[in-house]
Ligand binder design. Structure first.
Ligand SMILES: [Zn+2]
Length: 101
């Protein structure tokens, strides 16, 4: 499920968790338009402490359901393909051994 940007209430699938003011409340801010004015567009506002004294980077929030079932299946497919390749390699080795005999 997407989460809403705490600044503009727009649902987003990727948000930046950060503190932006003296209340030290954690906000979930959409990347880009909302995040740049509060952080200077720099993760952790490195080197911009004077400009953004209250900004604190707390990580990235990602909507897992946004990836969908397609990419969720991918790792399994890759695993199966690797297994199949390994099986073929073993068979190839056997054939070579047979030839030597
Ligand atoms: Zn926003």
């Amino acid at each position: 499920m997407p989460k809403s940007c705490t600044l503009c209430s727009t649902p987003r699938s990727i948000l930046i968790r950060c503190q932006i003011d003296e209340t030290q409340q954690w906000h979930f801010v959409g990347t880009g338009a909302c995040w740049k004015p509060v952080s200077g567009g720099v993760e952790g506002a490195r080197g911009l402490e004077n400009e953004y004294p209250h900004y604190r980077y707390g990580g990235m929030w990602k909507d897992r359901s946004a990836d969908g079932p397609v990419s969720a299946k991918k790792p399994r497919k890759v695993k199966e393909r690797r297994k199949e390749e390994a099986r073929r390699r073993v068979n190839a080795d056997k054939e070579e051994e047979d030839r030597e005999d």
